[in-house]
Write a protein that binds this ligand. Structure first.
Ligand code: TXA
Ligand code: MG
Length: 330
């Protein structure tokens, strides 16, 4: 394994998919694009590989992982689907939705990957490169976002390289991702619950369910207590810069993360300006979000002032990630 050396980067294609599947089979760690963000994959059934994955990310081992599979029959081998779960799977898979479901008796996913829970998070990604790798590998792939724990999720292979080169075995470069924020996570408990807003808007899910998603209890969001989606630590999506939300003016020297074409005072004194979407398109803003946070960080700015972003559609996920980026820094 390549730990300590620079990690090889292969352009997406058949040889890369074959190399990825081979490496996963040997317990390797492979970063690959999904439509949401780049994932860092390991064989979900191999506890040693999962242990290395937690180590490479510097991730607390109590934070369980999403098992990625190629099709619904593979998903049904590891989890039990009730009617609501089946309806969501049929409507939105492959795609940016993760379902948290009870494990089956014979669930092959390692205990370490589910952090000892009796539920498992599952997703069928839509990205062709992810799908090729899953098909060739044939077993579930545990894949958190391919960043160091606590950093902003990667939306390009270069982001993965800057966080993880030398710590993982292979990076498959499939270009910039389309969605740009992580999958929406729904817990299929007695009543379906929105555990994490993400790349699939809440309203689309609610339309299929025919009812509103429950909200998790408030402390599911905090660093203390026992969160329902344990990874939803309050401060998680963290650039180095301080993040100031709902800015209606720019203080001298601050960087501006803009949205739309609304006017904002003090912009002449801004140290940098990036617009998530000048035309006010939330999908475009989601796709740009993490890359722009990294780019502003790379300029060494001290504070990023963020203009208000509407809390509808994908705006719910964007505002969630921005709030997390701001925690402890406001
Ligand atoms: O878009 C995505 O979901 C990306 C790509 C790579 O698929 N993956 C991703 O994984 O964002 P990660 O590990 O960064 O986030 C997974 C989240 C964490 O908040 C974790 O706590 C939660 O899913 N999770 C995993 N298993 C769970 C379970 N059994 N119950 C509740 N939450 C769970
Ligand atoms: Mg993550």
């Amino acid at each position: 394994m390549n730990v300590g050396l620079k990690t090889p980067i292969l352009p997406a294609g058949e040889p890369a998919a074959a190399a990825a599947a081979h490496s996963l089979g040997e317990g390797g760690l492979v970063a690959f694009p999904t439509e949401t963000v780049y994932g860092l994959g390991a064989d979900a059934t191999n506890p040693a590989a999962i242990a290395r994955l937690y180590q490479a990310k510097g991730r607390p081992a109590f934070n369980p992982l999403i098992a990625h599979v190629g099709d619904i029959s593979a998903a049904r081998q590891i989890a039990r689907f009730d009617d609501a779960a089946m309806a969501l799977a049929e409507a939105f898979w492959p795609g940016p939705l993760t379902l948290v479901l009870p494990k089956t008796e014979g669930c092959a996913v390692a205990e370490l990957a589910t952090a000892g829970l009796d539920t498992v998070a599952i997703r069928i990604p839509a990205h062709p490169v992810a799908r090729d790798i899953l098909r060739l590998f044939g077993r579930p792939v545990a894949a958190p976002s391919a960043n160091l724990s606590g950093h902003v999720s990667p939306t390009t292979a270069a982001h993965v390289e800057s966080d993880l080169s030398g710590r993982i075995d292979l990076i498959v470069d499939g270009g910039a991702v389309a969605v740009g924020v992580e999958s929406t996570i729904v817990g299929c408990f007695d009543q379906p619950m929105l555990l994490r807003p993400g790349g699939l808007a809440r309203t689309e899910i609610e339309r299929v369910l025919g009812r509103a998603l429950l909200q998790p209890p408030v402390d599911a969001d905090s660093d203390s207590g026992q969160p329902l989606a344990p990874g939803m630590l309050a401060s998680h999506y963290a650039p180095r810069a301080r993040v100031r939300l709902h800015a209606d003016r720019i203080e001298p020297g601050e960087a501006l993360l803009a949205f739309g074409l609304g006017a904002i005072s003090g912009i002449d004194a801004a140290s940098a300006v990036m617009n998530l979407s000048a035309r006010g398109d939330l999908a475009e803003a989601a796709a740009n979000l993490f890359g722009f946070l990294r780019a502003l960080d790379a300029k060494g700015v001290r504070t990023i002032a963020v203009m208000p972003i509407p809390d509808e559609g994908l705006g719910e996920a964007i505002n969630d990630r921005l709030r997390r980026a701001a925690v402890g820094r406001e």
